[in-house]
Design a protein around this ligand. Structure first.
Ligand SMILES: C[S@@+](CC[C@H](N)C(=O)[O-])C[C@H]1O[C@@H](n2cnc3c(N)ncnc32)[C@H](O)[C@@H]1O
Length: 245
């Protein structure tokens, strides 16, 4: 019986800590944390932290100290609530700021992460350069980046999603900055489908959106259909740990 409860708690823990705004699971975050060899007291900055799941999870299981910056106040309220519920308020801090204007206190971080938000820096390659300036010597960079899995994707998908690099372009861009890619993985089908189909609870966000092209794009049926027709075959999310030389 005890084992059953442990298993249930494990599943619920994965649900609690899986980011809502990304095809990224708590399991993946733990795997990356393990790869990074995160240790008690190490500092982590999360650029565009959303609802703070990554920082809270790493703080809880590895004992890291985190700062998350995001422009979206409701996500930050959720992040603070998660930290409070998990008794992590002394380990994570969430800052409402535009990352482009945010200034660190000058001390580098052991790890700087940007999961699904490199547009903040102007794209993948500028993000690596910007994040490299924020780490200590020997520090590590974590990026989650949407990719196309082929060069020629259907026009409907490109209209919907805009431009995305292929994974080879990502590797070449990382190497062009003088860095090496360590950990690498594409999102699993499970991560994809959790992201696409487990969004009913944020349906109220859609209903509160003003009418217009953004709302049309966010329509739940369009969202599902774009995945079923195109995204599952032509798109993914690349997770990378990048090591400056
Ligand atoms: C796709 S979400 C990813 C959120 C989070 N990293 C995750 O994995 O769930 C992108 C995030 O970037 C934030 N963002 C957008 N522009 C920003 C900026 N200039 N400065 C800080 N955050 C920004 C958004 O509010 C949003 O939370």
């Amino acid at each position: 019986m005890q084992n059953t409860m442990d298993l249930l708690e494990m599943v619920l823990e994965i649900e609690r800590f899986s980011p809502h705004h990304n095809m990224l699971s708590a399991t993946r975050l733990l795997q990356i944390g393990n790869y990074l060899e995160l240790e008690e007291g190490q500092s982590v900055m999360d650029c565009g932290c959303g609802r703070g799941e990554a920082l809270c999870l790493w703080a809880k299981y590895f004992g890291t100290q985190g700062i998350g910056v995001d422009v979206h106040a409701p996500s930050l309220s959720d992040a603070a609530a998660l930290a409070q519920r998990e008794n992590l308020s002394d380990k994570v801090q969430f800052v409402h700021a535009n990352m482009q204007e945010y200034e660190t206190n000058g001390t580098g971080f052991d790890v700087v992460a940007c999961l699904g938000a490199t547009f903040i820096f102007g794209g993948f390659e500028p993000a690596i350069r910007g994040m490299r300036d924020m780490i200590v010597p020997g520090g590590q960079i974590v990026i989650g980046e949407a990719i196309y899995t082929a060069d020629n994707v259907p026009a409907e998908l490109r209209d919907y999603e805009g431009d995305c690099p292929t994974e080879m372009k990502l590797f070449n861009a990382a190497r062009a900055t003088g860095c090496e890619v360590g950990y690498y993985s594409r999102a699993s089908r499970d991560e994809w489908e959790r992201y696409i189909f487990n969004r009913y609870r944020i349906r109220k966000e859609f209903l509160s959106m003003p009418y217009g092209p953004e709302r049309d794009k966010a329509s739940p049926r369009r969202w599902q259909d774009m995945y079923l027709r195109y995204r599952q075959n032509w798109q993914s999310m690349a997770f990378m740990v990048i090591h400056p030389a």
